[in-house]
Design a protein around this ligand. Structure first.
Ligand code: AMP
Length: 588
């Protein structure tokens, strides 16, 4: 058994050293992954060599890529199978089947005519049958439904090269042991097996002893302990709500410097930019940033020019800044050892430190591993209430007034106010309130309630991934989605959007479609063929004193196809196909 520990280890290999096919490697790099996770670093070379593998790893460790990348690499090398799928992945649930299919699609972007088909119970046979007939190279299914298709003859495993079991312990717990054995026996001897499981009960030992050939066993180890001067807290949140949760938490937390960890290079830039848009002094560091620039950014954190560094594990290696009092794990790390390294960035020089961890519901298990590894309880952190937030805002505002009164010579301005008070006969408190609203760019300190959960389906929030925030497709095909540069941060209400567009652009309210107010922008559906004169008028329009800067919404550049594919799921088992020559993915 090989124990693997941390991707923060300088000896971690590069993706390019794992033996993957160049087309697959390019796709991984496009995902923004910097280094393989520990489970990937150990299992990928063994799988590429053709060995059977047992991986003891849970969700969040990067296990999906650990089995998907070698299988796709082999597919890129060998070409498709003639009779039945090239790879079969068994998963305990339909949600996981869909997620795994989604991951395969994203790693296969450079493979011509790639298709993956999820098949699971509770879904009509018709689309599954035609999907299988068309020939999917990868089938991802729940064992019961796979058996049904084997019995019907609609699925054949004669040319199967890769049999993968994901969350094997869960499948056995759900009573799929017999089905799995049947699938093993029908899949011939030449297939390679990769079995991933969070635990290793005797039932798995028995299964692997019977069907696997001299497997390499890899386990993500948890060994380190942290200093007890660091308080650890977690907040359970869907990925799409992390930013809102974070800004609320930061409003009431006391901190000097913060280091915030995300999974990918792109995510460091994206999050730093979103934080800057919300008024924080934030900068990104990642493996693409040259050493000198990285040093400069770290110095800015040291000197207080920047308060938040958004980093990947690799970029934060060896970082020692006393001013860091809070570590935020915006994305949970893939292994406990990395977590320990991360939170060790605070609590330096004997000071105390704080660590906050965002956990999505699917990642709950990793939380238990972290508690075991750090031998410390990770306490739940609840969202500050509207009242708490409002009180904090009032307190901070009051303090600003105290500070100005204590430190600034105000006689001249006081005379102007006095004259105003006398000439207009307005009470001094009203004048002060008017001035306060100018300073705050708002007439309230009251916090908004936390936004409602988004329309996305919780089970399909690919944890830790950007790119799921919105769909820019209009709901009506005669409409186009436009983007306005004002949003919830400006306390925008739908009425104000309708008012501005109707009054300035001369549109009727019927012509104004769905309005989606986001934190720093708004998406609104308007007729496709808007006259250029209307656009001109709208482009000069302001809401709450801010130019709306209207423009057609280009949609999110990162992986738009995924959203498109999975908007159709579940209940639609049409293959997810890649068509490299055509550029975009199509749904066939
Ligand atoms: P999994 O354990 O397979 O559910 O993966 C958890 C998350 O980690 C997914 O969002 C993956 O996209 C992401 N991920 C997988 N491998 C890497 C890597 N090497 N670097 C960064 N993120 C990764």
């Amino acid at each position: 058994m090989t124990d693997v520990s941390s991707s923060d280890d300088p000896t971690t290999p590069k993706f390019s050293e794992l033996g993957l096919h160049p087309l697959v490697l390019q796709a991984v790099q496009a995902q923004g992954y910097e280094t393989p996770t520990p489970i990937q670093a150990e299992t990928i070379p063994a799988l590429v060599e053709g060995r059977d593998v047992i991986g003891l790893a849970q969700t969040g460790t990067g296990k999906t890529a650990a089995f998907a990348l070698p299988a796709l690499s082999d597919l890129a090398e060998a070409g498709r199978a003639n009779d039945g799928p090239f790879a079969l992945v068994l998963t305990p649930t339909r949600e996981l089947a869909i997620q795994v299919a989604e991951a395969f699609t994203s790693y296969a972007t450079n493979l011509d005519d790639f298709s993956v088909l999820p098949i699971y119970g509770g879904q009509a046979y018709g689309p599954q049958l035609s999907g299988l007939k068309r020939g999917a190279q990868v089938v991802v299914g729940t064992p019961g439904r796979v058996i049904d298709h084997l019995k019907k003859g609609s699925l054949k495993l004669g040319s199967l090269r890769h049999l993968i079991l994901d969350e094997a312990d869960e499948m056995l717990k759900m009573g799929f042991a017999e089905d799995i054995e049947e699938i093993f026996s029908q899949s011939g001897d030449s297939r390679q097996v990769a079995l991933f499981s969070a635990t290793m009960p005797t039932s798995i030992h028995r299964l692997t002893g019977k069907y696997l050939n001299n497997p390499k066993e890899v386990r993500v180890a948890s060994k380190s302990q942290t200093g007890s001067n660091i308080r650890q807290r977690y907040h359970m949140v869907q990925h799409s709500h992390k930013l809102d949760a974070l800004t609320r938490i930061l409003e009431i937390e006391e901190y000097e410097g913060i280091i915030m960890f995300v999974r990918t290079k792109q995510a460091t830039e994206e999050l730093a930019e979103k934080l800057r848009a919300r008024g924080f002094k934030a900068s990104a560091i990642n493996g693409d940033i040259p050493q000198q620039a990285r040093e400069r950014t770290i110095d800015m954190l040291r000197s207080g020019k920047v308060d938040i560094l958004v980093a990947t594990d690799v970029a934060a290696r060896g970082l020692d800044v006393e001013r860091i009092t809070l570590v935020v794990n915006f994305d949970i790390p893939h292994d406990t050892e990395s977590y320990v390294h991360r939170i060790g960035r605070t609590g330096r020089a004997g000071r105390s430190g704080e660590a906050i961890l965002f956990v999505t519901p699917r990642e709950q298990r990793l939380l238990g591993s972290i508690e075991r590894a750090t031998k410390q309880k990770v306490e739940p952190l609840s969202m500050p209430s509207v009242e708490q937030l409002t009180n904090t805002r009032v307190e901070k505002f009051t303090k600003r007034i105290d500070d100005v009164l204590a430190t600034t010579e105000l006689t001249e301005l006081a005379t102007v106010i006095e004259q105003y008070e006398l000439s207009r006969n307005v009470p001094a408190t009203d004048i002060a309130a008017a001035l306060a609203s100018l300073v705050l760019e708002s007439n309230t300190l009251k916090a908004d309630p936390m936004p409602e959960p988004s329309r996305g389906k919780p089970g399909r929030d690919r944890d830790g991934k950007p790119g799921r925030e919105r769909s820019s497709r209009p709901r009506d095909e005669n409409m186009t989605t436009y983007r306005l540069a004002v949003g919830r941060n400006e306390r925008l209400q739908p009425g104000a959007v309708v008012g501005a567009i109707a009054n300035e652009g001369g549109l009727t309210s019927k012509e104004i479609g769905h309005i989606d107010i986001r934190s720093n922008h708004t998406l609104v559906d308007l007729p496709k063929d808007l006259d250029s004169s209307v656009m001109r008028k709208l482009s000069n329009t302001q809401i709450q004193g801010r130019p709306i800067d209207i423009r057609p919404d280009s949609g999110r550049p990162a992986r738009p196809f995924k959203k498109r594919n999975f908007d159709k799921q579940p209940g639609d088992s049409r293959n997810f196909r890649n068509d490299r020559r055509g550029g975009a993915k199509k749904f066939s």
